[in-house]
Design a protein around this ligand. Sequence first.
Ligand code: FEO
Length: 388
Amino acid sequence: MKISNDIEYIGVDDHEIDLFEGQYIVENGMSYNSYLIKDEKIAVLDTVDAHFTEKWLDNVKHALHSRHPDYLIIQHMEPDHSASISHFMERYKDTKIVATAKAFVMMKQFFGTDFGDKKIVVGEGDTLSLGKHTLTFVMAPMVHWPEVMVTYDSCDKVLFSADGFGKFGALDIEDDWACEARRYYIGIVGKYGAQVQTLLKKASQLDIEIICPLHGPVLKEDLSYYLNLYQIWSSYSVETEGVMIAYTSIYGNTKKAVELLADKLREKGCTKVVVSDLARYDMAEAVEDAFRYSKLVLATTTYNNGIFPFMREFIHHLTERNFQNRIVGFIENGTWAPVAAKTMKQMLDTCKNLTFTDTTVQIKSALSEESRAQLEAFANELSSDDTI
Ligand code: FEO
């Protein structure tokens, strides 16, 4: 696949994967992107996952047309991109590796060598001339590991963005970009909003017409759409006004309360109400929704003098990703000593700029007249102009 006259896509699709990074469900597979720039000199950008080394090396060979690669540029050392470095270097022994100093430390850890006299260490603003293409390296630490850099080609106005602007899903399956890019971003890079903001500021100084990420499609049109979403996600801003209700239920009584709340909210004019059973729904989708919507309702049972395990895990996912700037309310259930609401609130203590609703709904075993009245007040509060 041609990206421009001189730039070719040489990555691979993975439909064999069960869990990406050992935890994310990827029903549509995954792509590990790699690119080749052909000029007076030839540069290959990044390698691929270990399961696809041979296929990728075939792609490299095919794109080279009997020429020899001068540079292998490594933007990120996570194995989904770096695992094939040593195989590449066995085949193309004279190629120089271009990467950050931290990346070479990681190469030594992964491969037992940092490729000695083949290495070219680059830092912020360093350039590499291939002929008419001059590449500028821009440091992007913690997007998503500390050694990450991105690469700008001023000739074709291309930003090679490493994990930035990536998404789940193989390239031979068409799906909605934002849905799977959001789940990817929040899950994998969500904690590092400040670092992504720094990179976006640097990118705003560049004239970019094409974004080539390490996962997902090459982005060519309406780049402001993607940049705007990254701006929202990395600043922890609200993307969509609406209520996300995340719950767990053991015998169905908490579920009944949640369904009643959702119905009431819709009746009162909330057009976006999403409900997630944390024990059965993809946890990464639920986490994504919590970051997407303006209001979050957490509903769970008291369990072992704390809260039900799936809710504990969910809140942990939120706090470790710096969840903030949202309105949060609670529904708790407990048959003899309910502590769920207090426990959930304590777990969110470290989050910045959360506004808690005045109403907390307490269910004692099953819905009662009293708890139904609390749900009505809760729905009024969540749907009022003050909180929308
Ligand atoms: Fe796609 Fe952070 O590796």
